[in-house]
Each structure stands twice: as C-alpha cells, then as structure tokens.
Design a protein around this ligand. Structure first.
Ligand SMILES: Cc1cc2nc3c(=O)[nH]c(=O)nc-3n(C[C@H](O)[C@H](O)[C@H](O)COP(=O)(O)OP(=O)(O)OC[C@H]3O[C@@H](n4cnc5c(N)ncnc54)[C@H](O)[C@@H]3O)c2cc1C
Length: 372
C-alpha cells in the first residue's frame, strides 16, 4: 500500500479543490488524485454566480486578486434576435477556468494538500476503508472518498452508472475572443438547436461557449459552417462572430453531456459537483452548485471524522441536503432548456417577458440559490 489518508478526492475541478481546501483548513489529511495537469482550459461559460463568493472568502480565497469582471445584468435573445434585458439580483463574476482552477490548485498545495497526477480506475470499499487503484496500479487507502470527477469519467463506466449507458444529444464548444463588449453583462443567445453564452472574463477577453444538440450540428461541415449557417441567423450572434477575433488556435469541444439524474452516493463514495448531477448551463450556476455541494459534503465529513455522526448518517444527510438544496433548481433548469429549444414556445415566452418584465427575475430566482 502506498498511502493512507483521511480523505481522498478524485478529480481536481472546482468541487474537488474546494472540498480539499475546506477539509485541509479543518486539519485533516487530504489527497487529491487528478488525471490532468494544470493550468488547463475547460469547456465552460465562465460566469459564476455570487452565491458562493462569501463561502470562498471564509476559506481564505481571494478571487478579487484574479481580477474577474463584475457581472450584474443579463440579456436573452431568441433565434430571430428579439431580446430582453434584466438585472441579476445576486450578480456574479467572469473568470476563466484556466485561471480559477489553477488558483485553487495552488491554494490546495499551499495548505499541504497531497495532489497526485493519476487516473483512478477502481474504487472498492470493505472493512470501513476505501481502496483506490490508479491506472499505474498504485493503491491508496482512505477513510472517506469524495467523487468529484465531473460530468463524465472513465469511473462512471467502471461503476456502471445508469446515465452513461444512455446516449446524450448534447455537445459544447468554447473559445476566448477579442471582442468589444460591456463588462457587466452575461448574454444568452438562442439559435436553432442550442444556446450560446457570451460574457467577459479577466484581461478584457470574452468567453463564447455554446451548447448544441448533435442532430442539429451534424448536418453541417464543421464548426465554422455551423456558426455561419445556423448561429449567425441570430443578429446578436452575427455581430459577435463577425467582430470577434478568436484567441485560441481552435475551439475546445466536448460531447455526450448528460443532464440525467445521478445517484449521490456510489458504494459509500460521496459524489460532489457534476458527478452528483448537472444543471443546464443556461442557468449559469453549475459552478456555484458544484462548490456548494463540496461545502455540504465537507461539513458532514468533518462531523463524521470527529465521530459526531455515523457513516450511514453521513450518507443519508448528504443525500437529503443535496436534494433539498438543488433538486428543484435542476428540474426547473431542465424545463427552461426545453422551452428555449422550442422555437414557437421560446418566442411566446419572450413575448410574455417583454409585456411582463418582472417575470424574468422570477425565473432567474427559481434556478439560483441564496448566498451560501
Ligand atoms: C457547455 C457548458 C457551459 C457551462 N457554463 C457554465 C457557466 O457559465 N457557469 C456555471 O456556473 N457553470 C457552467 N457550466 C457547468 C460547470 O462547468 C460545471 O458545473 C463545473 O465545472 C463542475 O465542476 P466539477 O468540479 O464537478 O467538475 P470538473 O471541473 O469537470 O472537474 C472534474 C475533474 O475530474 C478529473 N477526473 C475525471 N475522472 C478522473 C479520474 N478517473 N481520475 C482522476 N481525475 C479524474 C477531470 O480531469 C477534471 O479535472 C457549464 C458546463 C458546460 C458543459
């Protein structure tokens, strides 16, 4: 056996790194196993809701030092460019995952976290201890394992998780651009088969990230062809792509993005972040939910390791709190995405919003939580 630790976290994304920082601050020994190197770009809209700002502050994380843009407005547009603007009650900020994840990674190391670069391919549980095996056949023992390996991982296949057996119609594309845009707004532009988020991040760069159904995308030659023939029919996206200069050699793409329900516990492993469930990106708070779920899991892990609750109570309380905090938001996000993807329905909703603008903040509130 190579290593024994109190908590092992699989995956150093936002959920895993936040949990690591939280638990290290409580004085526990924490190992994180991450298959990729840092820093690294990730497919993401890069708008973060302020819900988790205060929580990160309590962990000693100074996001201001990364110079994020402050965002407090949103604009929605239909496929034909009709739009409505609203203020965002809680607001948020724009920061690249390249910079944000790397910052959390460095903080974890500063606090004494043991970060190992490896791909975990098996996790077993017996006699109240987890054994993790990596691709290189190294073994790690741990009292608690947090599964924070994101929306889709080799481990999902290994664990025969139900969602991974089904094909998902979604793929996503993202790149940074040089483009004139106000700092304080996150835009969500609709197009046939998907939606596209446009907002500023640090250093005056703009992040453009869209989610599209494969059935709509596959009729076209490539990304550029699709953008020209489908997305640019929306006049807002027409000017975005005409005026913007891409700063990546080529856009990043991912496919098979699933929004299916997932178990929150797998063989006593506590699932956090996207590994526990994912909200439609149009709601702009997947990252806040990932971080918040890390907080819930870390608080319960602390109680468990201090012998205040049993393992069964730990697991049951985690599932109950997760469902109470996130389930209805995720369901509402799924309904919204269906409306947005139906041309006539989305036009009807947009017309109603233009007549009754107070409805938009109401809708936003339904998918967002209170400050954590
Ligand atoms: C198109 C799109 C746009 C989005 N836009 C937004 C947005 O604007 N705002 C917002 O709040 N949210 C957005 N989200 C959601 C947000 O990106 C996720 O909710 C967030 O990244 C979840 O963090 P996580 O830590 O759970 O997973 P991740 O950040 O994906 O981290 C998982 C980590 O696990 C590692 N890993 C996986 N398997 C293994 C293994 N076997 N061994 C070791 N390591 C492993 C991976 O390498 C990865 O680093 C968007 C999502 C998509 C798909």
């Amino acid at each position: 056996m190579n290593n024994k630790t109190e908590i092992t976290i699989i995956g150093a994304g936002l959920a895993g790194l936040t949990a690591a920082i939280h638990l290290l601050k409580q004085g526990f020994s924490v190992t994180i196993i991450e298959k990729n190197s840092f820093p690294k770009h990730k497919v993401c809209g890069e708008f973060i809701s302020n819900e988790i700002w205060d929580y990160w502050l309590t962990l000693g994380l100074n996001i201001t030092s990364l110079q994020p843009t402050k965002i407090d407005k949103t604009l929605l547009s239909t496929t034909d460019g009709k739009s409505i603007e609203s203020s965002l009650l809680l607001g948020g900020f724009g920061i690249s995952r390249y910079k944000l994840d790397y910052y959390l990674y460095q903080k974890t190391l500063e606090l004494g976290g043991n970060i190992i670069k490896a791909n975990v391919n098996k996790v077993t549980f017996s006699n109240d201890i987890f054994t993790l095996r990596t691709e290189e056949n190294r073994l790690y023992l741990s009292k608690i394992v947090l599964g924070s390996f994101g929306k889709r991982s080799n481990l999902d296949l290994k664990m025969h998780r139900e969602f991974i057996q089904k094909k998902s119609p979604w793929l996503a594309v993202k790149a940074h651009y040089d483009l004139e845009l106000p700092d304080d707004i996150v835009m969500l532009h609709n197009f046939d088969g998907g939606y596209c988020g446009v907002s500023k991040i640090e250093n005056n760069k703009v992040n453009i990230c869209y989610l599209v159904q494969y059935s709509s995308f596959k009729k076209y030659k490539d990304i550029i062809d699709f953008q020209k023939k489908v997305m640019m029919k929306n006049p807002h996206l027409n000017s975005v792509f005409k005026e913007g200069k891409m700063l990546f050699e080529k856009p990043l793409t991912i496919s098979q993005i699933s929004f299916e329900d997932k178990p929150k516990i797998e063989n006593h492993m506590i699932m956090i972040g996207d590994a526990a469930g994912m909200i439609h990106p149009l709601c702009g708070n997947g990252m806040a939910i990932a971080v918040h779920s890390a907080k819930i899991a870390s608080e319960l892990a602390t109680k468990y390791l201090h012998n205040k609750i049993t393992r069964t109570q730990f697991e049951n309380q985690y599932v109950a709190t997760w469902n109470k905090t996130f389930k209805s938001r995720i369901q509402f996000g799924s309904i919204l995405s269906k409306i947005l993807l139906n041309n006539s329905l989305s036009k009807l909703v947009m017309k109603s919003l233009i007549f009754f603008p107070f409805l938009l903040p109401f809708i936003i509130k339904k998918t967002h939580g209170k400050p954590v």
